[in-house]
Design a binder for this molecule. Structure first.
Ligand code: ATP
Ligand code: MG
Length: 293
């Protein structure tokens, strides 16, 4: 494979200039965003997207301007959670691609905004024999475009809703080297902790800054009487944080209302700040703020 140096002066392709221009565009977007925080977990289905949306709502409530990059290219959730309809038309003007504006004015960019209908799957190629390397190259390019082509404007926070797994953070890190850090999420089950433990080790090894660990779905809060009880059998996630020498950001109870929008169309947090779960979200956000700002 040729390097950029080999290609210099090659057929007038201007590849070096193109790469430099792309880099400059990316930088000019990112320089206008103060803090970039990725929410991730080695494990799937532990509440990354739901917490990203509610953490964003809590930050907005505190007066910060917030955007969400849906980095889950194959299972995007953020449009759904922030009430952005699929009929939303992508606007491209001379400043770039305009992000969607979701509930509470949260800006967002997601693969969902590029699909033709709500049930269209993300398909990188129609070729049955496409190699994993090729698909992964297309994914990296798509992610770069979602970040660099979007006119995020001035933001206090860009939250990045990561797909399940530990590997995609490398991609984000290469696009956003100044990442304020990652927030890891685990549910109390031992299986989840086993997988998240590996994800933390990998981040430590790769020197990815870790803001801390959230324990989600920790105990059940009855939506009627707010009484709490255990949900999963598992060791305390706080001890995993201690063992890995990272901050424990707190526990969010299992609460069936968290994934729903309220009757007013708000995210759960916004209309339930004083509930047990609302207070738990606020406490986690306070700790994130302590370590980023
Ligand atoms: N604290 C909670 N209480 C009750 N339900 C929750 C809680 N957190 C998340 N959920 C629910 O769990 C399911 C999975 O959540 P979510 O999609 O946010 O997880 P995820 O980690 O983003 O999943 P994926 O790995 O597929 O991206 C959703 O139905 C969501 O409403
Ligand atoms: Mg998700």
């Amino acid at each position: 494979m040729k390097t950029y140096e080999d290609l210099a002066g090659d057929g007038g392709s201007n590849i070096i200039e193109q790469v430099e221009a792309l880099g400059k565009k990316l930088r000019s977007r990112l320089d206008r965003i103060k803090y970039k925080v990725a929410l991730m977990s080695g494990k799937g289905g532990v509440g990354k997207s739901s917490l990203t949306a509610n953490v964003a709502a809590c930050l907005v409530d505190k007066g910060y301007s917030v955007g969400i990059l849906d980095a889950d290219l194959n299972g995007p959730s953020i449009c759904h959670l922030l009430g952005l309809k699929n009929s939303h038309k992508l606007i491209v003007d001379d400043r770039g691609v305009q992000p969607g504006i979701g509930t509470h004015g949260i800006k967002l960019m997601s693969m969902d905004m590029l699909l033709s209908s709500p049930d269209s799957p993300v398909m990188w190629t129609e070729e049955a024999d496409a190699t994993a390397v090729w698909v992964s190259t297309m994914e990296s390019t798509a992610l770069r475009e979602l970040v660099a082509d979007t006119d995020w404007g001035d933001l206090d926070f860009l939250l990045i809703d990561m797909p399940p797994g530990s590997d995609r953070i490398d991609n984000i890190r290469s696009l956003i080297p100044e990442l304020a850090g990652v927030v890891e999420i685990s549910i109390p089950s031992l299986l989840s902790q086993h997988i998240v433990s590996k994800s933390i080790s990998k981040n430590n090894k790769m020197k990815v800054p870790i803001i801390g660990l959230i324990e989600n779905m920790a105990g059940y809060t009855c939506p009627h009487c707010e009484k709490e009880g255990p949900l999963f059998e598992g060791e305390n996630v706080e001890s995993l944080a201690k063992q890995k020498n990272i901050s424990y950001l707190g526990k969010i109870p299992f609460d069936t209302r968290i994934g729903r929008k309220t009757d007013s169309g708000s995210l759960y947090y916004m209309d339930n700040k004083d509930s047990v779960t609302g207070k738990a979200i606020n406490s986690v956000v306070e700790k994130i703020l302590e370590s980023t700002i």
